[in-house]
Ligand binder design. Structure first.
Ligand code: SF4
Length: 457
C-alpha cells in the first residue's frame, strides 16, 4: 500500500508533478543513438546524468549500454563545457573509434548555453574529427518535453545526415519511433513480406536484444548504418510512425530534400497496422501478399473469440503519446472502454486525438497530456477500472487498488523479455490480446466463488 496516502478528492494543482509519467529528454536521445551502427551516445553534462540515463536503459533492456560523458565539474559549470567537449571528442575517437558520436545536452549544459553546432565546428577546424567519422548533436533540455522529445530530437539529427545524390534509391524510409527492438525487427519483417526496400532509422534490433555470444562487442552488429542514413535523402518516401517521436525527422527530410512523408500512427492493433500496410503498399506500388492477409485474419479471429470478455471493460492507461493513441484505438475497436488516459509528455493535440478516437464509446473519458500518475490514481479512485495498462510504475497503483496490470511501454524494470516479443503489427496484436485477457482471466480465477470456478471458459 505504498500509495495509500493518495486522496480521492481532486484539488487543483498547477506547479507540482507527483509520480511523473515521463522521464528526462536525454534518455530518449540515448536510446535513439543506440539505433545507429557504430554510434557512441555522448552526454554533454555531468557524470551523474549520464550514469542515470545509462542505468535507466540498462534496467529496461537488460543489456549493457555504453555512453560517454563530458564530465562537467565546477569549472565547466561556470565557464561552459566547450573544453570538456573538445577533449571528449578527441579521447572518444582515439580510444573507442566509433563511426558516429551522438551528442545530447543535459539540463546543466543547456542552462549554461553551450552551443553544440559551434563546438562541433571548432572540433572540425582543430582536426579532432577523423576523416569519414561523424559527430551529430541534439539539444535535449530536460526541463521541457520528455524522453519522447529527446528521442525525436536525436532522430531529427540523424535525418540531418542525409546526403542526397539526386538519384532515387527506390527505398522507403521508415521512422519507427520509440518502440522495442523486437518491434523494429517486426516492422522489417512486415516490410520485407510486402516486398518494400526500406531504410529503418533508428534501429535498435540486434543492439539491445542481441544474442549472448560470449564475445563482448562495444558496437553490436545491429543499427542503421551511416551509409543508409546518408542515402535516406534519396528515398522515394518516408513513413513516420508517430507524430511525437518521428514526424519532425520526416518533415525535415521532406522540406530539405523533397522526400515526401506521411505521418501515421504506430502500428499497434488492427486498424493502425492496416493503415501502415496500406501506406507501404501505396508508396511502393506493390500488392499485399497472402501470408500477411492470413496474419490479419488470425488477429480478427482472436478478437472475435475474446470479445465477450473484453466487452465494456474499463481501462486506465499511462504512457507515451504515440503508443497511447494507437493502443486507445485498439481498445475501442475491441469494445473496451479506455476511461482514464495520461501521458507525461506535453502536447494538447494528444488530448484532442484521444477525444476523437473515444467520442462514440458511450462513456466519459479523462485524458491529460503533461499529467502524472498521481492524477491517474485519483481518477481511478473516483471511477474504478477493470484493467491498468502502464509501465512498471503502474504496479503501485495496481497493488493499492487491486487492479490487473499489463506492463507495456517504457520503462519496464521488474519483468523481462519485452525486448524480444513485438507488440506491433498483426502478430504483435495477438500478443497484446493474450496479455490483456491473461490478466483479466487470472483475476476472475482468483475471485470466482467455487461454484463458478470453471476449467473451460
Ligand atoms: S539534471 Fe536534467 S538531464 Fe540530468 S538527469 Fe536530471 S533531468 Fe536528466
Amino acid at each position: 500500500m505504498l500509495l495509500r496516502h493518495t486522496p480521492k478528492e481532486i484539488t487543483e494543482r498547477k506547479a507540482l508533478t507527483i509520480n511523473p509519467a515521463k522521464t528526462c529528454q536525454p534518455i530518449g536521445a540515448m536510446y535513439a543513438a543506440l539505433g545507429v551502427h557504430g554510434c557512441l551516445p555522448h552526454s554533454h553534462g555531468s557524470q551523474g546524468c549520464c550514469a542515470y540515463h545509462r542505468s535507466a536503459l540498462t534496467r529496461h533492456y537488460k543489456e549493457p549500454v555504453s555512453a560517454s560523458t563530458s564530465s562537467f565539474t565546477e569549472g565547466a559549470s561556470v565557464f561552459g563545457g566547450q573544453a570538456n567537449m573538445l577533449q571528449a571528442i578527441n579521447n572518444i575517437f582515439t580510444v573507442y573509434n566509433p563511426e558516429v558520436i551522438a551528442v545530447h545536452t543535459t539540463c546543466l549544459s543547456e542552462t549554461i548555453g553551450d552551443d553544440l553546432p559551434q563546438i562541433k565546428k571548432k572540433a572540425e577546424t582543430e582536426g579532432k574529427i577523423p576523416a569519414g567519422k561523424h559527430v551529430i548533436s541534439a539539444s535535449t533540455p530536460s526541463y521541457s518535453g520528455s524522453h519522447v522529445t529527446g528521442f525525436s530530437n536525436m532522430v531529427k539529427a540523424m535525418a540531418d545526415m542525409a546526403e542526397p545524390t539526386g538519384k532515387k534509391n527506390g527505398k522507403v524510409n521508415i521512422i519507427p519511433g520509440w518502440v522495442e527492438p523486437a518491434d523494429m525487427e517486426e516492422i522489417k519483417r512486415l516490410t520485407s513480406m510486402v516486398g518494400v526496400q526500406t531504410i529503418l532509422f533508428p534501429d535498435t534490433s540486434g543492439v539491445l536484444n542481441g544474442p549472448l555470444s560470449g564475445e563482448y562487442k562495444m558496437f553490436p552488429d545491429g543499427g542503421t548504418t551511416v551509409a543508409e542514413l546518408k542515402s535516406s535523402g534519396d528515398s522515394i518516401g518516408t513513413l513516420a510512425l508517430g507524430e511525437w517521436c518521428s514526424a519532425d525527422a520526416a518533415r525535415f527530410l521532406d522540406k530539405a530534400h523533397k522526400v515526401p512523408c506521411s505521418v501515421l500512427d504506430m502500428p499497434f492493433g488492427l486498424k493502425a497496422t492496416d493503415r501502415f500496410i496500406d501506406a507501404l503498399r501505396t508508396v511502393a506500388g506493390v500488392t499485399v501478399p497472402d501470408e500477411l492477409s492470413m496474419e490479419r485474419g488470425q488477429l480478427v479471429d482472436l478478437i472475435s473469440d475474446m470479445h465477450q470478455y473484453f466487452y465494456k471493460k474499463k481501462v486506465a492507461l499511462a504512457g507515451d503519446p504515440d503508443q497511447l493513441i494507437a493502443m486507445t484505438e485498439f481498445l475501442v475497436s475491441i469494445d473496451m472502454c479506455p476511461v482514464h488516459i495520461v501521458t507525461g509528455t506535453p502536447g494538447k493535440k494528444f488530448e484532442k486525438r484521444i477525444r476523437e478516437i473515444t467520442k462514440d464509446m458511450g462513456c466519459e473519458v479523462n485524458v491529460k497530456a503533461k499529467g502524472d500518475l498521481f492524477q491517474l490514481h485519483q481518477w481511478i479512485k473516483n471511477e474504478p477500472v477493470d484493467l491498468l495498462i502502464c509501465n512498471t510504475y503502474g504496479k503501485y497503483i495496481a497493488r493499492d487498488e487491486d487492479i490487473p496490470l499489463v506492463r507495456w511501454g517504457f520503462p519496464i524494470l521488474d519483468r523481462q523479455g519485452h525486448q524480444y516479443f513485438p507488440t506491433v503489427g498483426y502478430k504483435g496484436g495477438l500478443r497484446l490480446l493474450e496479455k490483456i485477457l491473461g490478466v483479466i482471466m487470472d483475476r476472475k480465477d482468483r475471485d470466482d466463488p467455487e461454484e463458478t470456478f470453471e476449467l473451460v471458459l
